[in-house]
Design a protein around this ligand. Sequence first.
Ligand code: UD2
Ligand code: MN
Length: 557
Amino acid sequence: MRRIRANAIAILTVAWILGTFYYLWQDNKPQSSPSSAASQTRGRSHGQKVVPGRLEIHREDRTIPLILLGSFDEKAYLAGKQLKPGEDPYREHAFNLQESDRLGSERAIRDTRHYRCASLNYDTELPSTSIIITFHNEARSTLLRTIKSVLIRSPPSLIQEIILIDDFSSDPEDCQLLAQIPKVRCLRNGRREGLIRSRVRGANTASASILTFLDSHCEVNTDWLQPMIQRVKEDHTRVVSPIIDVISLDNFAYLAASADLRGGFDWSLHFKWEQIPIEQKMARSDPTQPIRTPVIAGGIFVMDKSWFNHLGQYDTHMDIWGGENFELSFRVWMCGGSLEILPCSRVGHVFRKRHPYDFPEGNALTYIKNTRRAAEVWMDEYKQYYYSARPSAQGKAFGSIAERLTLRRKLNCKPFRWYMENVYPELRVPEQEAVSSVLKQGGLCLETRGTDSLGLSECRGIGANRPQSQVRSLPLEGGCDSYTSKCVQGPFCKEMNYYFSNWFFFFFLQKWKPKGTALQHMVSGFCLDSQTPPGPPVITQCRPQMASQSWEPQVIT
Ligand code: UD2
Ligand code: MN
């Protein structure tokens, strides 16, 4: 009998111990997504009450009070602006507002990183950052979700502050009310400035040593910040971006973006995502490694504040939207920094098909002004490809670029050719035919005369009004005039034409290549010479220092 009782006590003790262990294990079991809806409800069923106005973090199945939302009344804020019955949910923001409002201010999203990212370690002591978010008439639900995702999914010690720049939205309260949330500051522009000047304003008041820029309709994902701050801490000249996941503009589903993409562009300065070049892809054994990128998309990146200032912030003569990402990207690469995308950092963004806001000067003119400024300051002779790809840019106003040229000189930045050769060799240079430039010496332009000769005369005309007779040129591949098929007068010219009178050889004979500032005729090895005293161009022995052999391509604008 005693034995039976002793056994029962032992069994009960073991059961109690096992039960306790099971309970603790359940409580500590990691969730597939730390912020998942499941974990929220389970957290609450443990008896913790959800206090209104309190933001909570759901980590390891426990609801940990993180930050008081202060006096901020989230419900009232969201209710203050709602879609009216019968209203088109896409009209105001170019995304489905109804769906965004329905989601509320925080939600679970899938951790879209490669699984190996989760086991990476970051320094325990990382510098904190100022988050800068500029917006113009953003929907309240998307803006609040952006802010709350930052507060929920970042280590609190890394968030120094969240600076909102309200770019003259119709309702000042959209921003002002949010400043009741601790760490959130609100600055309002007294007039519409555009995202470029707004970001500079935000950066100028930032108190942290690292700047983090976000669009106003994002959701940051698990551990998004640490990888970026770590890379910038290790080398302050790095400018880093996350992989930008897609938040559907229709149903707000959070979709993983491909991890094999980088930023690229075409000659009209149109941004595009493109596959990482195959050799780089083959060489990537570790999917957590950074991806070098020629340009960044522009909205979401982390940059050391002193490096941002040293490099000249942004070109503040750019208006509203567009082009600033090229200007920044060229400048970072050409002036001693680098750009990378970090696959272990993920941020969702609502990509839209149209701008939901107006451009005071018109969308097209603004984009042209901004990209023209980027091309004129940074692209050197390559800007001619920009003008050929975007002929409508010719002759359009873009303001003074003197300050930015001085900046470029002061920073001693590399030429665009270096960028082309070292950062973006995959960008193909267009064929000569597509180029609209003339060959110039002093104030004179090379021109065709009659049917088979060339001369030098005053440069005339702009854009499409350029006289057909003016000779087109390419600075890179030479080619004096294969376009009009005119021949340079000289000892070899007529003779060679006589022997190779068919078109193929004629074209071949007209091939030229640059030799310093001179143009060398590929077959003869001689150089194009305007003669001294000036006369009809001829080809003579190359003497690189001679002014009469010096030609510059002049883009017709
Ligand atoms: C992309 C970038 C964006 C910017 C732009 C080129 C991403 C995810 N987004 O366009 O950040 O680099 O390319 O310029 O890479 N805004 C203002 N004032 C204005 C206009 C816009 O504050 O006058 C705000 C707007 O509310 C938003 C941000 O600027 O928060 C970017 O504008 P967008 O979302 O319309 O640009 P997006 O994502 O098409
Ligand atoms: Mn955006």
